[in-house]
Structures are given as structure tokens and as C-alpha cells.
Design a protein around this ligand. Sequence first.
Ligand code: TYD
Length: 248
Amino acid sequence: MPLPLFISFEGGEGSGKTSLAENISVRLRDSEYKVILIHEPGTTPLGIHLRDLLKREPWSDHTVSIGAELFLFSASRAELVTKVIKPVFDQKQQIVLLADRYADSTVAYQGFGRKLPIAQIDAINDLATQGIIPHHTFLLDLPPEEGLKRTGSPQISLPLEFDDGLAIVEPRIDEDGTRRFENESLEFHERVRAGYHKLVEMQPERWEVIDATMSAMEVECEVWKRILRYLPEDSLQVSDIQRKGQML
Ligand code: TYD
């Protein structure tokens, strides 16, 4: 059983992955597991600045190039990996790392969505992640039209949405609410979904595809059932960590 255990959540707009990640983190803590919940972009001070920049930037006017967009997401990730994720692995901390989006988002959105060369995205991801990939990744899969309905967006265009950045252990609080700063076509989001499916095909052992058309509670129960299979019996429990004086 790997320590730490690194699990990421991926999916398109309106797939419910942010609430799911938060609810799973609560379930884990209730079961006395130590949890770090990270949101991308965000989490670190630099990541929060970048997130804020991405939120406010009038991308719809194409004032930020696609390449710059790629590097902003990647810069946030590089910082997050260096400051949070890598130390957890280096110190073999006994925790569960939950990521609400990670490098796969960049492949799906910037690679398949924006049509940037996948090989180059892979290279940038390798650099940003220092080769650290999740042990398990849940894809919350649903047709983009469904997700758009849930976000209340028009079906033919989809804004990228950013909430406020940081949630380590505590659920994320987004004081400003979700802000929309870019509209993308339904085709864009269909490419993103197809991109995720391609990633699943390439690494089926890492991915778990969840039918996100189910109710939020059904999705949560299904994901929880699967996560229980990955958890070591008691070695991650917080009481053990406290005994060993290894609290974060
Ligand atoms: P997020 O705030 O997590 O929104 P959502 O609730 O849709 O998950 O992410 C904001 C947007 O940023 C989301 O539309 C996906 C996009 N994104 C990328 O395009 N590339 C990336 O590498 C990441 C992490 C997110």
C-alpha cells in the first residue's frame, strides 16, 4: 500500500468533482485519516495569485495566449508540487492527498481542448510534476451538455470557472462565488471529454471512470466504496500519526 496515497479527481464542467473531493475528504477525516485536499490552480500563495489572475483576465478577448494559459496552469502546478506534494512523498507522510484536478486537466483542456501538441504538454507536465502522478484518478464522466445544464450555462458555450484557491484539510470557501471569464464552445468540451477517455485508454490501471449522470450521493457512495479498497487498514489513521509525533 503506497504511503502517502495520492488520489486525483478529474472531469469536465459541472461534473461535481469539487464537492465530491470535499465530501470525500470529510469522510476520510471522519474515519480518522489525515487528509490534504488541494485544488488546481491554487493552494500555494503563488497558485492563489495565478488563480486570481486567471479568474480576472479577460480571456474572451484573447489577451492571454493559449501558450501563456498553459504555462500559468503549469506554473501553479510546479509550485504546488514543490511546496506541498513532493515533501509529502519525500517524507513518506502518512496521509491521503486528494487533488481536485492535476496534470491530466492540462492534457485534456490545453492538449485536446486547445489542440496544443500532446507530446509538448507531456514534457511540461513532467517538469511541473517532477514525475509525481496520482496512484488513482477518478474521472467524473458526463456529456458536456449535462454539465452545462448543471452550471446553468448556455448549452453552446461554456465559461471556464475558477473559485478561490486554497483548501488544505478544510473545505474550500469561495467568498466571491464562481466567476466566469471565458466562454468555450460545446465542441471544445467534447474534445476535453474525448481527451479524458483517451487518457483512460492509455492508463486503464490508474483510472476509475464514474458515471457522473448519477445523483451526487450515488457518485459519492460509489467513489467512497472504491477508495476504501485503496486504504491501508490502519496505518494512515491520525491517531497513529499523532503517536509518532508526525502531525503536519
Ligand atoms: P476549477 O476551478 O477546478 O473549475 P471546475 O469547477 O470546472 O473544476 O478549474 C477552472 C478551470 O480551469 C476548469 O474549467 C478547467 C480549467 N483548467 C485547465 O484548463 N487546465 C488545467 O491545467 C487546470 C488545472 C484547469
